[in-house]
Write a protein of this length. Structure first.
Length: 367
């Protein structure tokens, strides 16, 4: 059959009865059979080869299984366990809020040394928790400050009302009624400003930032505020560039900042003084400056003017300001990624201890 050009397979038995498999294939040259190749093998040899291949496959399977187990252990130690620790810390915070565990500060594992996403997640969670606790502490301090500020006019009211019962003279009664009216107005102003300050955080988060022309906003505000300055006999000077300066933010809130600064400057000026508002662009920032020729700021107050409820006013204006305006302005500016500071105006070569020529408030905002 091999001579005819076809392969032949023959199965026979040897003298011991084992199967023999023989295969013959022709050798063709130019289409003609010139010879044949034959191969004979016993069934035992084939079984041995099959068994060997099976063993190889089993070894590869066992090796793959060991590698999988090893990788699982490595992944568990490098990924699953750290994630479990982060999740456990978050669950502790949740359980603490539901009062199922003793109250304590939530401690997020510090995995900042890891260069992967888990390290970044740990840093982000630690920063988030730290920011939350800072906000909680700030709210507690704010509540304490509010209680302190409200107690003062309430104590004055209680004293005036108590004294009113025993006063017989009409002039003394009128004085006590004036005190009561003043304290009521002071309380009303405090409650309004405190309400605005307490809503500020949520509004800064909820409101959508938009791009607007800062110079147009300043120009509109200054036109309105210049009338207020004129009624007091204060010169109002506006120095703004001609080219627009677009910035991204909350226009109404930033307008509130500049209104606070300008009205604050006007309040410290007397007849004949001046208030100047100017703006300049500096690379990636814009500076808005409000200057006045008033009495300036006491040196010890320069670092305090932006604190809540702090007010450095003449005795005649006591109780007419809540001390929240500059604190709110600082909060709004910092929420926009900017800075704000106060300084006194002095000649370049003047002695730092000399009398200031006025006060200057500077707001820096990114553009």
């Amino acid at each position: 059959m091999a001579k005819s050009g076809e392969s032949v397979t023959i199965t026979t038995k040897d003298s011991e009865g084992s199967l023999l498999f023989s295969v013959a294939a022709p050798i063709l040259i130019s289409g003609e059979v010139v010879g044949a190749v034959a191969m004979t093998s016993t069934s035992a040899e084939i079984d041995r080869l099959v068994r060997y291949e099976r063993e190889q496959i089993l070894q590869m399977f066992l090796l793959a299984l060991c590698v999988s187990i090893g990788l699982s252990l490595i992944l568990a130690s490098t990924i699953s366990n750290p994630l479990s620790d982060l999740a456990a810390a978050a669950e502790i915070g949740r359980d603490r809020d539901s009062r199922r565990v003793a109250p304590s500060r939530v401690r997020i594992p510090d995995l900042a040394a890891r260069p992967d996403e888990i390290g970044r997640l740990s840093v982000a969670m630690r920063g988030m928790v730290s920011a939350l606790y800072e906000r909680i502490d700030a709210n507690e301090q704010f509540a304490a400050d509010v209680a302190h500020e409200i107690k003062n006019p309430l104590a004055s009211l209680r004293s005036a009302v108590g004294s009113l019962r025993f006063v017989k003279k009409d002039d003394q009664r009128e004085k006590l009624l004036d005190v009561i009216e003043h304290d009521v107005r002071r309380l009303d102003r405090l409650v309004s400003d405190i309400s605005n300050a307490s809503r500020l955080d949520s509004e800064l988060v909820k409101e959508e930032e938009e791009e607007f022309n800062l110079l147009k906003t300043l120009s509109n505000l200054c036109q309105y505020l210049s009338q207020q300055a004129g009624e007091k006999g204060v010169d109002f000077i506006i120095d703004l560039p001609s080219e627009p300066i677009p910035i991204h933010g909350l226009e109404a809130r930033l307008a509130q900042v500049f209104v606070n600064l300008v009205t604050n400057a006007i309040s410290f000026c007397d007849d004949g003084d001046a208030v100047r508002v100017w703006a300049r662009r500096r690379e990636n920032r814009v500076l808005v400056v409000v200057e006045d020729t008033g009495p300036g700021i006491p040196e010890q107050a320069l670092t305090k003017v932006f604190k809540r409820f702090y007010s450095e006013r003449p005795q005649a204006e006591f109780g007419q300001h809540s001390g929240l305006g500059l604190a709110i302005s600082k909060q709004i500016v910092e929420a926009h990624g900017g800075v704000i500071w106060a300084e006194n105006i002095r000649p370049t070569a003047a002695d730092p201890a000399s009398q200031p020529l006025g006060a200057r408030f500077v707001v820096g905002l990114p553009v």
